[in-house]
Ligand binder design. Structure first.
Ligand code: NAP
Length: 471
């Protein structure tokens, strides 16, 4: 048997250190000796929770199963790892440090089984190096403030060249970028996130990821049965019982208002608002309130809901608004004089692009207006992800690009990162894809003037019959 033991200190509180480290689904983020890691068992992390960990071993990878044997939050976790050729017992102890951080003592007893066992004495030094790298990775994931986000040279070029830019929207773009992401222990314990459009695709994936990080998540859906099924799915997948549902048809301003009232009455804090619900409609339709449906759902609803929830976001500061736009917005500027698309033949893709452009402008306006309030605003686009929405609205595109589409989880990754990462709490008003800020105009003629932006705000205020307090 080889025993490896290391002690580190990290600035994060003991609870963060414990929950991040004991969830071995995270280990591939911080241990360079691990190729992949995932949770096998559902439900809350506890004794008997199982993880699958693919350990790099020379040119091979060895699949191991780790099971939690002792679970004493936030002080100790013991995991037993097994494969045909390796047995490991990881005993990890946590104590609170004086500076509000945590001290972690990590002891790993590793035995090699069968013939490979004879090589154990020769592997001691190699294992000591592997252990040191792992513990350094854990320390980095739980450590000091990362630098403010910046754009890589590749992303800068990609944004300016149409074809590489579009390749970046595919799963290839995701794979390319995610290799360079630094490990970071994300936690949303004690925070409340509101997610619109949580009953399908990206919203559902984001809600699941947020629940996995320990936050309270309020799912906004329009279909009660579907919302209840998603709530159940997320609770049983993550083991986080704090997942609530609110029902509203967001294309109707009256329902947005009632929703905001209920949220203000029921949620003592709102730390994160994710405006994700959206539609791409191939035929023009008008809501019962007389507003073109794409505009009502994609732009007016986020405008009104965010403004109505702002007092609570401010009280809960530091807090975040996250607007899910689309790469489709690159194809259009805002058309303030025809928000309802009445002056030319309706084109569903263009109507969608205009509203998503509007949402990016709104995000920038919120970022300006909320400067120094502790509330940051982010717009993002998920790339192209395989969701029920894409399949039904763009069946041909879906068929042709299916193999290049991201999973909903990959598309939702940046939503979750914007909600939880420390970097994203420090900046405001950017447009993100794959955890990097991107330019908002590529094609000529899409740039709006400062006056257009103010007119957009005024037109939405009028359509939503919303007036700022004191305004
Ligand atoms: N998937 C992509 O490649 C992609 C790319 C760029 C941007 N986006 C954006 O990402 C967001 C999520 O899209 P998705 O692909 O996940 O689509 P999706 O699978 O169709 O999900 C859309 C969600 O919005 C909800 N929704 C739509 N209209 C609503 C209304 N009137 N009231 C309340 N909820 C409503 C839907 O509810 P139901 O479940 O009841 O239908 C669903 O939960 C959208 O804003 C979309 O524009 C997606």
């Amino acid at each position: 048997m080889v025993r490896l033991q290391e002690t580190i200190e990290v600035p994060r509180p003991i609870e963060d250190a414990f929950f991040y480290t004991s969830n071995f689904a995270n280990i591939a983020q911080w241990d360079p000796g691990v190729a992949e890691s995932s949770r096998i068992s559902q439900g809350p992390i506890d004794i008997d929770t199982e993880f699958r960990v693919l350990v790099k071993f020379g040119p091979r990878s060895i699949p191991m199963t780790y099971i939690i044997r002792v679970y004493e939050p936030p002080h100790r976790v013991v995991l037993e790892g097994k494969s045909d050729s390796i047995y490991a017992l990881d005993d990890i102890r946590f104590t609170a440090a004086v500076n509000g951080g945590a001290r972690i003592t990590y002891t790993a007893d590793i035995s090699f089984l069968g013939l490979i066992g004879y090589a154990e004495p020769f592997m001691r030094r190699m294992l000591a190096g592997v252990g040191k790298n792992a513990i350094r990775g854990l320390q980095a994931a739980l450590s000091a403030d990362p630098p403010p986000p910046s754009q890589s040279l590749w992303t800068y070029l990609q944004d300016r060249l149409i074809l590489p830019g579009m390749l970046g929207f595919t799963n290839l773009g995701y794979y390319w970028h995610h290799r360079s992401w630094k490990p970071q222990a994300l936690s949303l314990r004690g925070k409340t996130a509101i997610v619109t459009g949580a009953t399908s695709g990206l919203g559902q994936a984001a809600a699941r990821q947020l629940a996995e990080l320990g936050g309270r998540v309020v799912l906004i859906g329009r279909n009660p049965a579907k919302a209840a099924a998603v709530q159940q799915e997320i609770v049983s997948a993550t083991g986080n019982p704090d997942v609530a549902v609110e029902i509203a048809d967001l294309s109707l301003l009256a329902e947005v208002r009632q929703l905001a009232q209920r949220l203000l009455a029921r949620e003592p804090r709102i730390d994160i608002l994710i405006n994700n619900a959206g539609v791409l409609l191939n035929e023009r339709s008008v809501t019962a309130e007389g507003i073109e449906t794409t505009l009502a759902t994609n732009l007016l609803a986020p405008f009104l809901l965010t403004n109505l929830l702002l007092p609570r976001l401010k009280q809960s500061a530091p807090s975040r608004i996250i607007d899910v736009s689309s790469g489709g917005m690159y194809t259009s500027g805002i058309v303030v004089d025809d928000l309802q698309y009445q002056q030319s033949d309706f084109n569903g893709g263009m109507a969608y692009a205009r509203t998503k452009r509007g949402l990016v402008i709104l995000t920038e306006l919120w970022a300006e207006r909320l400067k120094d309030s502790g509330v940051v605003a982010h717009a993002m686009h998920p790339g192209w992800a395989d969701t029920p929405g894409v399949e039904s609205s763009l069946p041909l595109f879906h068929k042709l690009t299916k193999r290049l589409l991201r999973t909903p989880e990959e598309g939702a990754d940046t939503i979750t990162w914007l909600a939880a990462s420390r970097e994203a709490g420090k900046v405001s008003g950017y447009f993100w894809l794959d955890r990097e800020p991107h330019i908002t105009h590529v094609l000529p003629g899409t740039q709006e003037s400062a006056e257009d932006r103010q007119r957009l705000w005024a037109a939405l205020s009028q359509l939503a019959d919303w007036r700022e307090a004191g305004g």
